[in-house]
Structures are given as C-alpha cells and as structure tokens.
Design a protein around this ligand. Structure first.
Ligand code: C2E
Ligand code: MG
Ligand code: MG
Length: 465
C-alpha cells in the first residue's frame, strides 16, 4: 500500500508541474528498484530464519514445520512416523581447528549425509552437532534401519578438514509418532532423549519395545546376508486348482528360510528386512530360477501345471535388467513365457514409475502373465486397472475367509469378480479353506482357487502337480 501511495505522490507532483519525461522515468525506476530491493531482503530474511548459515540446510525452525506436516500426514494414513536425530561429535574439531574448522566439518558432514539419503527425506541441522531427519510417513522400520546403517557407514571414511583427518562417529536416536509422543515436538524430544541413552554405534529407539523389534531386524539382516550363500532358502509350492474338479492349473512358488538350527522361517518374518536391505533382488532371482527349473522338470515328466507363479516386488522391477533376466531365465529353462506368472501387490504397482511399468508391459507382450496379488487390500485406484499390464486378479484371503457370512466381504468379492469380468482379467481366490467357501465362490463365477482345502505349500519333493 505504502508503495502505491508513493506512486500517487509522484503522479500528483507531475500533474501540477510540467512533465519532464526523463525525470519521470528516472523517479519511477527508482521506486521500482527500492521495491525490488525490499522484496529481495524479505526473501533473504525468510531464508535466514529457516536455514543454517554454515551448511545451508534447513534449521530447526523449518524442520519443526516439516515435522508437523509429516505428523499430520502420518495421522491421515494411520502409519507410524520415524524421526531420526544424528549426533556427530564436533567439539574436538572446534578445539583444534577453531570456528572455521568447525564450519567446514559441519558442511562436509552435511554433504555426506545428503548424499546418502533419498531426495524425499528432509535433512536439517538442528544444533551444532545434531542433524534431524524425517522418514516419509509410512516408511517401514526396516527401511529406517537401512538409512541408519548407511549413516553409520560415515564412520568408515574420515573427513579431511584444513589438512587434518577427522574421524566422525555418528550416534543415532529415533522417536516414533504416535507410539512415543502425541505430537511433533514430543516425538523430536523422544529422539533426542534416545540419543542420550546410547554410547553404542547401533541406533537407539526411544521405546524399549521398538528397540527390541529393531534389534531383531538388525540380527535378521546379518543372518540374511549369509542365507543365500549358505543355501538356506527353500522353495515350496502350492497348487492353484479349477474349483469345479480340483484339476491343477497353476502353482505358486513360496519362499521358506531354513535357519541353521533347522527352524523354518516364513516370509512375513524376513521379507521387510530383505526388501529394505536390497537383498530381495538376489533372493527373487534365485526364486525365479528355481521355480522355472522345477517347471521344466514337471514338463519333462508330462505332468506340469499350465504355469508357475512367483512373487515379485518393486525392487525387482526397478533393476535395469529386469526384463532381460526374466526372459533369459525362461529361455534358459526352455519355457514359453506363458508358463510364468509374476505376482505383485497393488502397493508395488503404486511404487514403481511409468518406465518400470513399461517393463511389465513388455513382459506381458511377450506372453508372461501378470497378477495383482492380495487384490482389494491396498490403496488401489480402479482407474488404473485398464491401463496396467495385468492379466489376473487374486482375491485376498481376508475376503475369502468369511465370504459366506460377512455381507461386506461378499459385496467386495462380487465387485472384484465384476471388475475382472469387465476388464477381461482372470481371477483366482486365495486362502480357500472350506468346501462351503469354494461352493460360494463358484456360485459367484470364480473358477480358480488356491488354499489349504486343495493343498498347503510343500517342498518340491512332496508336490504332486
Ligand atoms: P502371497 O503371495 O499372497 O501368498 C499366499 C500366502 O497365503 C502364503 O503365505 C500361503 O502359504 C498362504 N496361504 C495359502 N493358502 C492358505 C490358506 O488356505 N490358509 C492360510 N491361512 N494361508 C494360506 P506365505 O508362504 O507365508 O507367504 C506370505 C507372503 O510372502 C506371500 O503372500 C508373498 O507376498 C510373500 N512371498 C512369498 N514368497 C515370496 C518370494 O519368493 N518373493 C517375494 N518377493 N515375496 C514372497
Ligand atoms: Mg502371491
Ligand atoms: Mg496373496
């Protein structure tokens, strides 16, 4: 407003005096310059209020804004939110190299931390020696631990500051919303408080309970690394049958982990760790190869089901050579592409980019089948169904479980069958345990199913296709 008044002052002055074109232009230009300067200064001031001067990272102010937003998002999607505080001791640097040394060391630490993190993680410098990190709401604990592992890796390479080698040993404290605190500030306090409880390299969670889970994850990861090399994985098979006469039409390959003591571990106990650590790619390639090898054996014995299904996840599809690996494995085992079905969940479909979707398209064009597993349990947008390279919908066990007496599950199942029909997709019901369920599903025109009623997953030696 003030500037507008200035403007009219200038106009008034010229209205009573004869107008000098040059003077008018000069005065107007001067006004504009002043205005631009004020705006730049305001932006600069806002930047200074929200950023750390030494490292240009967001400071605690901006971090808290972002944390409050993340807490709100986590509440909406009803998922936990992990807040990570990283402490890198730099007091000794200050003592030996002074203020400049400290600033350079902080800058170097920030650059290294940023390089370790995905773009969607917001890093901030909270205090001289503390950095804050907000995991995207919904990030699994296994993924958070993977981030921590990378941060701990900073200790392996010392910094060079003003000609001195400085070893950095980060300590990590983690708070979880809403488990530890009911708001953003409380969760950050918990992460800082967890930090003060640790002298070790391992990340420390504020809550004992979560700490136990985390330790289990860390141990599982260490053991998983050995599992592939030491041939501890087994592939079990479960038939998929025609409901009308129980004729096998397919078989799903399911992973099992035989621990050195002989105990069998189910995928739900290690899949998240395998995914977060990236080990899943190697594991799933092993599964693909073993499943195709088994399929070839069954075909040579003339009692093969039509296809074998393997479960894949986003990490598999993102690999640059995904299409080549699948096609090569098929040709290596002399199988036609239609003998293979890839199962992926709705979440996986949402996680992958359109370039990666195109890979699935290519495979489907070659004849490989693509099924959406656990359909109806993820956040799916129905509009994508006709755009996706899919051939099959698998109705999740939770709808099949009480399909005969729960009207909601019945309605969902009917809707899925209707969708499949209209999009010309095959349909398989998962987790059928009783004849009543099978009959009911048949009456809804579901023709194929899988479940304990027809056969539990078993090792290849016990599987009769
Ligand atoms: P999924 O692909 O939906 O597999 C079906 C799960 O339901 C299997 O559990 C199977 O054993 C179980 N199941 C089948 N019929 C019945 C039934 O009638 N009653 C009950 N109670 N359960 C039944 P499993 O083998 O523990 O696998 C769990 C999940 O782990 C799989 O769900 C799949 O998402 C994942 N998974 C398994 N193997 C692999 C693999 O090789 N790679 C990847 N990426 N994921 C895998
Ligand atoms: Mg499956
Ligand atoms: Mg399933």
């Amino acid at each position: 407003m003030r500037n507008q008044e200035d403007f009219w002052d200038v106009i008034d002055e010229f209205l009573i005096a004869p107008v000098d074109r040059n003077e008018f232009t000069e005065r107007a230009a001067m006004l504009l310059r002043t205005r631009r300067l004020a705006l730049t200064q305001r932006t600069h001031l806002a930047y200074l209020v929200n950023h750390d001067r030494a490292t240009d990272l967001p400071n605690k102010n901006l971090f808290m804004d972002r944390l409050s937003n993340a807490v709100r998002d986590a509440t909406v999607i009803d998922m936990p939110l992990y807040v990570i505080v990283i402490h890198i001791p730099l007091a000794r640097v200050m003592k030996s190299l002074g203020h400049i040394g400290l600033e350079r060391a902080a800058m170097a630490c920030s650059v290294r931390l940023e390089a370790l993190l995905a773009e969607d993680l917001s890093l901030a410098r909270l205090t001289t020696e503390e950095w804050g990190l907000i995991a995207r709401p919904g990030t699994w604990m296994a993924a958070v631990l993977e981030i921590c592992r990378r941060i701990q890796g900073l200790a392996e390479t010392p910094l060079m500051v003003l000609g001195e080698r400085i070893r950095i040993a980060p300590r990590i404290g983690i708070g979880v919303y809403p488990d530890d605190a009911a708001n953003a500030a409380g969760t950050l306090d918990c992460a800082i408080s967890a930090l003060s409880q640790t002298e070790t390299e391992q990340p420390v969670f504020y809550s004992r309970n979560v700490q136990h889970q985390a330790l289990r994850h860390i141990r599982t990861e260490a053991r998983l690394h050995k599992a592939l090399d030491d041939a501890q994985f087994e592939l079990w098979y479960q038939p998929q049958v025609r409901l009308s006469d129980r004729e096998p039409v397919g078989v799903e390959a399911l992973l099992r982990w035989r621990q050195p003591g002989g105990d069998l571990t189910l995928p739900e106990d290690f899949m998240a760790v395998a995914q977060a650590s990236g080990l899943i790619r190697d594991i799933d390639r092993w599964v693909l190869d073993k499943a195709c090898a088994a399929m070839r054996r069954w075909r040579s014995e003339n009692n093969a089901p039509r296809r074998v299904s393997v479960n894949i996840c986003a990490e598999d599809i993102t690999a640059g050579d995904f299409v080549e690996i699948v096609m090569h494995t098929l040709s290596h085992h002399e199988l036609p592409p239609c003998a293979l079905e890839l199962e992926l969940t709705e979440t996986t479909l949402l996680e992958i980019s359109s370039a990666n979707l195109a890979k699935l398209n290519t495979l489907r064009d070659h004849g490989v089948k693509v099924a959406i597993d656990d359909f109806g349990t993820g956040y799916s947008s129905l509009s994508y169904l006709h755009r996706l390279p899919i051939t099959t919908l698998k109705i999740d066990k939770r709808f099949v479980d009480n399909v005969t007496n729960n009207l909601t599950n019945q309605a969902i199942t009917r809707a899925i069958v209707w969708l499949a029909k209209n999009f010309k997709l095959d349909i398989i019901a998962e987790g059928i345990e009783t004849a009543v369920q099978a009959e009911f599903l048949s009456s809804l025109e579901v023709h194929t199913g899988q479940g304990f009623l027809y056969g539990r997953p078993v090792p290849e030696a016990l599987f009769r296709p």
